[in-house]
Design a protein around this ligand. Structure first.
Ligand code: ZN
Length: 243
């Protein structure tokens, strides 16, 4: 089985479509595993929800999904994120809101556990350091954990009880072996690792490997739609820089 692992699509339909095309060129996929934040920031929240639902889909909730569905209030968000969350909520119909409301915080797809932020605090905590990695490893009941939220791709290996972060290189597939792993595929719709290209991964459960890929897309088209929707200028600009 080949799972297309997507996180933080953030309503960027051009980025999502580019990922679908690219994934086909690498052998395609049987299902989508979505790690949350399908909406928020970008100009196409409804279309992105509809598009991923066309496939065999496993998805967990992100903080922006919860805000758009009215499950949490966005008062913790910064001003730009707050403005985008409010705009996003107004773009969804009842059925799309129900879809976001129905998303679980955690999903187990043996031998993987899917969560947006961390197992300790699923839609809040950023898993980026030893402490947060330890917190998730303590709660992890499967061999591997897939996370998003930070928009930073990485592989975290547990070696003798200690988590160690390494780059999730595009050139080197990650072998799924005996070590427990926490993996972030990076963000489709708003990369923040100083590379504006959408980042995603494909897991092949027969070969027991995960590959990460990047793809170019029409950034200007997404930005044009964001301007037309009067979304905050900073959110438009950051797409150029991968920040
Ligand atoms: Zn996000």
């Amino acid at each position: 089985m080949r799972a297309l692992i997507l996180s933080d699509i953030h309503a960027n339909l051009e980025a999502l479509e580019a990922v679908f095309v690219d994934a086909q060129s690498w052998g395609g996929f049987d299902a989508i595993w979505c790690l949350g934040d399908t909406v928020g920031y970008g100009p196409d929240p409804a279309a992105c929800i509809e598009r991923i639902r066309e496939f065999d889909l496993v998805a967990v909730a992100g903080n922006h999904d919860a805000a758009a569905a009215g499950l949490i209030d966005a008062s913790d968000f910064n001003d730009d994120a707050k403005a985008a969350a409010k705009w996003t909520a107004g773009q969804l119909d009842a059925e799309q809101r129900d879809f976001l409301t129905s998303l679980p915080l955690v999903s187990v797809q043996e031998p993987f556990t899917l969560v947006h932020g961390s197992l300790r605090d699923p839609i809040v905590e950023y898993l980026l350091d030893r402490d947060s990695a330890m917190g998730t490893l303590a709660l992890l009941e499967t061999s591997y954990c897939l996370v998003g939220h930070s928009h930073i791709p990485f592989v975290c290996r547990e070696v003798q009880g200690e988590p160690g972060f390494v780059d999730f290189s595009e050139d080197e597939p990650v072998a799924l072996g005996d070590e427990r792993l926490i993996i972030n595929p990076g963000s489709v719709g708003q990369p923040r690792d100083r590379d504006p290209r959408p980042s995603y991964a494909i897991c092949d459960t027969t070969d027991n490997v995960i590959d990460r890929y990047r793809v170019t897309y029409n950034i200007a088209k997404t930005q044009e739609k964001m301007r037309a929707a009067a979304l905050p200028a900073h959110l438009i600009d950051r797409l150029n820089h991968g920040l």
